[in-house]
Design a binder for this molecule. Structure first.
Ligand SMILES: [Zn+2]
Ligand SMILES: [Zn+2]
Length: 553
């Protein structure tokens, strides 16, 4: 009987973001990606959401390494948090490591890890793990699919991928190699990207965006052009740069991550912009409007980003005005639509013309759609299938595609965060669960407890009523107060009558409890809370947070 192999899913199955899984073999752990998630609208004040690290912390001494599929934040962004607690080497393509390095370095954690570059097609032993990295196309260059050669057969993980037959760097998803592995060894289990499993057809090639940009730049001769896209989307940046250069423009980057990534990619030979056509943003005022192209961050409308500041008329280097053209070469991630719309509106208000993916084909997705997903399934011919990387509905749609493509219904596992799947000689099945809740980050504090979020939601929706009262500790009688301080419940100056009634309700309640001889601190506190809460609810049909502040003398 061959040794069993386990996969522990810590994130990314049930949400877009914080992708993180563990492969276990010979009692050792290999981490596959360690990403973050951007907060959703019901997480007020939260900066980031991370995978639950409990399982990794508990098994820290068994972790051999982390293997990164590509350099997106939802795959590498949590490393700078995990490395504070656990130390391990990291593997990935040179570019992926370069992108991941930024955050790790900023957090001062480089001595907690080592970065080990893998090249396309390389097969490497990492502890007991025998892995092969396979090129895939995606919206960041040099992504990998990964084949794990295990005692339980080959596990193939697609990584984030699409099947772009004409990628900007001519580096295609290596379907031939996947087919060869399937023929030679058979693929026991396929884990595949579900992001676009609801979308029929195939994604357009990244190259198609280049043509559209070219035409736009030609039409807008004489006008200043500002473009925005993801700072890691180097192929998009290359195509923007190509369109700019072809129309005789000089390029400047705007936004810290854009500057950093462009420098990194040029150093690595992945981005071609001649030295004399790239200038510092400070110099951009020296050029005629029609001779300029700015490539900026902020395509998701992030409030403090370069583009959002531009739209608010607050950017230090660029004042947007009549005649300017802003191209958003991106698509709003669900949850960001509001911010993006605000930025677009702000830009129009300043007199600019805005071109976005709703108007022109200035963006294509980096994730495979149904026909591409089916192609991978038909080439890999897996015995078992688990959809990964998606919200629950994406996972459902992807599992239906797998059944359509001939994977037996019983062999399609709908796993979610926290599930542990075990491969044994006879089966691939769920065995147990591990903690996989959201780890909230606010500022530098990790782990904002769930209660804090609940409080913030109540405060945000209903406000707070603080009742301050001093009572005699022997008799329970009110010595001074109650005073009522409120924020977000009623506008105090206009509600003096209402506040007086509330004070009276609290006073009456305390008189009752004193008469009953209930004078202990906790009881008094409870009476204050209940009396104030009942009054507020009955009179205003609202449920603000009630904070009783009882002092005893
Ligand atoms: Zn991803
Ligand atoms: Zn990605």
């Amino acid at each position: 009987m061959a040794d069993r192999v386990r996969i522990v899913f810590l994130g990314g199955l049930g949400e877009i973001g914080r992708n993180c899984a563990v492969i276990e073999q010979d009692n050792r752990l290999l981490l596959l990606d360690c990403g973050l998630m951007f907060p959703e609208v019901d997480m007020p004040g939260i900066d980031l959401v991370l995978p639950d690290f409990t399982y990794l912390r508990d098994n820290a001494d068994r972790i051999d390494a982390c293997l990164l599929t590509h350099g997106h934040e939802d795959h590498v962004g949590a490393l700078s948090f995990l490395l504070r607690e656990v130390s391990f080497p990291i593997y990935g393509s040179a570019l992926t490591l370069g992108l991941a390095r930024n955050r790790i370095e900023e957090s001062g954690l480089m001595e907690r890890t080592s970065l080990n570059a893998l090249v396309d097609g390389e097969r490497r032993r990492i502890g007991p793990f025998d892995v092969e990295v396979i090129p895939v196309t995606h919206s960041v260059p040099h992504g990998f699919a990964t084949a794990f050669y295990t005692p339980q057969g080959v596990i193939l993980h697609s990584g984030d991928f699409k099947l772009d037959l004409t990628p900007v760097d001519d580096r295609r998803t290596d379907l031939a190699r996947i087919g060869a592995i399937a023929d030679e060894h058979g693929i026991r289990l396929l884990l595949s990207d579900s992001t676009n499993a609801e979308e029929a057809g195939s994604t357009k090639s990244e190259r198609s965006v280049g043509g559209v940009l070219h035409d736009l730049f030609a039409e807008r001769a004489g006008q200043r052009i500002i473009t925005a896209c993801f700072a890691s989307h180097l192929h998009r940046i290359q195509q923007i740069a190509d369109a700019a250069l072809a129309s005789g423009r000089t390029i400047a980057t705007l936004g810290r991550s854009m500057g950093k990534n462009v420098a990194l990619a040029r150093e690595m030979g992945l981005l071609r912009i001649p030295d004399d056509r790239l200038v510092d943003i400070e110099k951009i005022g020296d050029f005629e409007a029609g001779d300029v192209c700015v490539i900026s961050t902020g395509s998701q409308g992030e409030p403090m980003s370069a583009l959002a500041l531009m739209a608010a008329g607050e950017n230090k280097w660029l004042k947007i005005g009549e005649g300017d053209v802003v191209i958003l070469s991106s698509h709003a991630i669900p949850g960001n639509e509001y911010d993006v719309n605000k930025v677009i509106d702000g830009l129009y208000r300043l007199g600019a013309d805005v071109i976005h993916s709703g108007i022109a084909d200035v963006h294509v997705s980096g994730h495979a759609q149904q026909e591409e997903l089916k192609t991978l399934l038909s080439v890999a011919k897996p015995e078992y299938f688990i959809p990964v990387h998606g919200e629950f509905r994406h996972l459902i749609h992807h599992s239906r595609l797998a059944m359509q493509m001939g994977v037996a219904r019983a062999n399609v596992l709908l796993a979610e965060d926290g599930d542990v799947v075990e491969l044994t000689d006879g089966a691939v099945d769920f065995v147990t669960e591990v903690p996989a809740g959201f780890l909230y980050v606010d500022g530098i504090v990790g782990d904002v407890a769930h209660g804090v979020l609940r409080d913030r939601r109540v405060l945000g929706e209903e406000g707070v009523v603080v009742v301050v009262v001093t009572v005699d500790s022997r008799t329970g009688e009110v010595v001074s107060g109650p005073e009522i301080i409120t924020r977000g419940w009623v506008y105090a100056p206009e509600a003096e009558g209402l506040l007086e009634e509330a004070r009276q309700a609290v006073r009456d309640s305390l008189k009752e409890s004193a008469a009953e001889g209930a004078t202990d601190f906790e009881t008094v506190r409870r009476h204050v809370r209940q009396a104030a809460g009942r009054f507020v609810n009955e009179r205003t049909k609202r449920r603000p947070m009630i904070v009783p502040l009882v002092m005893e003398v």
